[in-house]
Design a protein around this ligand. Structure first.
Ligand code: BES
Ligand code: MN
Ligand code: ZN
Length: 497
């Protein structure tokens, strides 16, 4: 995939500036913008006559491609509706329309004329960041295991003619930010989409080393099963026990902040395939359990984005990677294992494996004296029942942290919804034969899973994102890259960006 270049500048002579496609936003029932009027005049009234014909009125979602004039090869009119209703929702739809209108064309370059859009500075920045993020994400193609992948987008350069509300510098940094988030989203999607026979725990460990080679602030260490055994990670090891693939605990250290600044820690569930283990899953859609490393993928993607941005913050990323299989050495229902924390766990269902790898990773996390810890996991089918695919489930032992994550999700349009972690739910995890059971009965499955994790996250501010519904789509099948945008926004907020 060739990356798209985004360039913001002040285009003074609209008509003389050569472009393969001039993009003109048009509000319904409003006069044409300055750039549109100039291009209309230069093209002997082509825009006004198209409007007069009634084929295009500026309704949201409408688009019309016209032949160009002089050094402008094409003119693309895009409906923006009522300027008073041109909110972020409308800006997102506008960006999506624009992208799909260009997707089918041969233009290698296009220029969007913003003057006349009437956005304030903050909203202009938001729009530029969203545009770059969306175009970058839209240019993603899955190529690894197909002979003829979907054709790449022709567009290589998107120029933005900015208006007076924003400086060229601010505009270009918004574009860079959106592009970095788009690259992070694509990184997460690609890892998620890879099949389980390629993307194994060892693959994720190798991928971490590869990622670190690209950025000076990033270093990697990988804990092997031998080391995990020494550390007493009996919960994590109980998951990989039935698989030929060894578990890996990947630790990536991003040092963008001052030495001594407490790190933000991201912990990703990296089950590269979840068969359920001895508590074997039914066959329908079992292939989708290759996406069970979506939490890990989003951690990689976020790390990619913040490294691109050079965020001045310390961030530690931990990937708890294992394959959950029913081999002869597999953990059996009723087995009791001892976690790194010392707590014993009765494994009543080997399909509740995510919490088993995460609990040891959360205990291990204590050594980093974190500012805050966020784990990300495709943890429960119950979360999909509760929230569907639009909201990520959010659980937290600290209200301020929860609010920061909710705000980041709203701003990035990668939204989460808070769920309770009340003590009453904790009772569902009682076991007769161990300190805690790994399942909590039929009610509130996503909550009892979070309650299980909370027992191992008492020593720091902690949040858990259940992305079982948001990490991938079933039709068309594919990883979404969520919640990279939420996490990156959260970390940018912490860095004061
Ligand atoms: N990875 C699954 C959760 C999942 C299921 C995500 C379907 C997305 C779609 C997880 O490991 C799991 O199997 N959870 C069980 C827990 C149960 C045994 C308590 C579940 O949700 O059924
Ligand atoms: Mn499972
Ligand atoms: Zn799982």
């Amino acid at each position: 995939m060739k990356p798209i270049k985004f360039i913001a500048r002040d285009v003074s002579d609209i008509v003389a500036a050569a472009s393969q496609c001039a993009i003109l936003p048009v509000f319904q029932g409003k006069p044409l913008s300055g750039p549109a009027l100039k291009i209309d005049r230069a093209s002997s009234g082509s825009i006004k006559s198209a409007l007069a014909l009634g084929d295009f009125s500026g309704k949201p979602g409408e688009s019309l491609m016209l032949p160009g004039t002089g050094s402008i090869k094409r003119i693309l009119l895009l409906g923006c509706g009522n300027p008073k209703a041109f909110d972020r929702d409308a800006v997102r739809k506008f960006s999506q329309r624009l992208c799909s209108a260009l997707e089918s064309k041969q233009a290698g370059e296009a220029t969007l004329h913003m003057p006349g859009m009437g956005l304030r500075e903050k909203e202009s920045k938001w729009m530029l960041a969203y545009l770059a993020r969306h175009f970058t994400a839209a240019s993603y193609r899955y190529t690894e295991t197909v002979s003829s992948p979907r054709k790449a987008m022709k567009l290589a350069r998107l120029v933005i003619n900015i208006d007076k509300t924003i400086t060229t510098r601010a505009a270009n940094s918004a574009l860079r930010e959106g592009n970095a988030i788009g690259l992070g989203i694509n990184e997460a999607r690609n890892l998620g989409n890879l099949p389980g026979n390629i993307c194994t725990p060892s693959y994720l460990a190798r991928h971490a080393r590869k990622l670190a080679r690209g950025y000076a602030d990033l270093s990697v260490s990988v804990l092997e099963e031998k080391k995990m055994r020494e550390l007493g990670m009996g919960a994590l090891l109980s998951v990989s026990a039935g698989s030929e693939q060894p578990a890996k605990l990947v630790v990536m250290n991003y040092k963008g902040g001052k030495t001594g600044d407490k790190p933000y820690v991201l912990v990703g569930k990296g089950i590269t395939f979840d068969s359920g283990g001895i508590s074997l899953k039914p066959g329908a859609k079992m292939d989708e359990m290759k996406f069970d490393m979506g939490g890990a993928a989003s951690v990689f993607g976020t790390l990619r984005a913040i490294s691109e941005l050079g965020l001045r913050l310390n961030v530690v990323c931990i990937i708890a990677a294992a394959e959950n299989m029913p081999g002869s050495k597999a953990t059996k229902p009723g087995d009791v294992v001892t976690s790194m924390s010392g707590k014993t766990i009765e494994v009543l269902n080997t399909d509740a494996e995510g919490r088993l790898v995460l609990c040891d990773a959360l205990t291990y996390t204590q050594r980093f004296k974190p500012a805050a810890v966020i784990d990300i996991a495709t943890l429960t089918g119950a979360c999909v029942v509760a929230l569907g695919s639009h909201a990520t489930g959010l659980f937290a032992n600290d209200d301020a942290l929860a609010d920061q994550l909710l705000a980041a999700g709203n701003d990035a349009h990668d939204r989460a919804w808070r769920m309770p972690l009340w003590d009453e739910y904790q009772n569902q995890l009682k076991s007769n034969f161990a300190d805690i059971a790994n399942i909590g009965g039929p009610g509130g499955g996503s909550i009892t899973a979070a309650c299980f994790l909370s027992r191992f996250a008492k020593d720091y501010d902690w949040a858990h994102l259940d992305i079982a519904g948001s990490a991938w789509n079933s039709a068309p099948k594919g990883s979404t890259g969520r919640p990279v945008a939420l996490l990156t926004r959260y970390l940018m907020d912490r860095a004061g960006l």
